[in-house]
Ligand binder design. Sequence first.
Ligand SMILES: O=C(O)CCC(=O)C(=O)O
Ligand SMILES: [Fe+2]
Length: 227
Amino acid sequence: MSDATGVALSTTQLSELPSFSFHRNPVLVVENFWSTEERRFFREAMNQAQWKSLSSLPNVRDDFPDSGDWAKAEIGPAQGQRFLSRLQLPCIQDYIESFPNITGRHLGFSYYSYRAGDCLLTHDDTDQGHPMAGRQAPLRRIALVTYFHEEWRSDWGGELIIYAKRPGHTSEKPDLIPTHCIEPRPGSLVMFTVPRFHRVCRVDPTAGPHRRLSIAGWFMTEHGEAL
Ligand SMILES: O=C(O)CCC(=O)C(=O)O
Ligand SMILES: [Fe+2]
């Protein structure tokens, strides 16, 4: 798709969402998914939330070295319900249900706040944690991130970069090529299939006190016995 200026757009309109398929297109970007009122609702909840900074979360900190000191908080039940009620989308259901032998479906979402200096180094979201009580940890299938700050300027950084593996790469370390550079526009919703390498660019000092506020997490499937 391209707009009147000829710029290639990889965004999906809200009206096109019912026919979107992750099997055809593994990355979904919808601008203005949340109304101004919904964004305010989640921002107010974020103001009340109990935030924990990366430096106080040793396990997460080990997975994401040199990533500044972004903060994470739990989503309350009322906010969780409102969030999920907008995400009853056929593309999620269709993709999740396409995996064989599912014994359980899970989701896990949190609030995140990135300030100037914070980033998230390249990862593919497959770090599933350790099996618990002999059960295989759920597998992350679709990653979701969506932005709730009031304002974001291009100079402030914090873009989500999504990568593909270059064909024919031989080294153990994946040789990547960027496929998407997504500005964290207020109200945008991004989803992509896992595994998929991506990173969050460092938020620039010109952002001053502005925070990059998001909800991010995964739709997951469980497949019974430990491997
Ligand atoms: O904040 C984003 O744009 C992406 C976050 C992310 O990749 C993650 O939390 O795993
Ligand atoms: Fe991620």
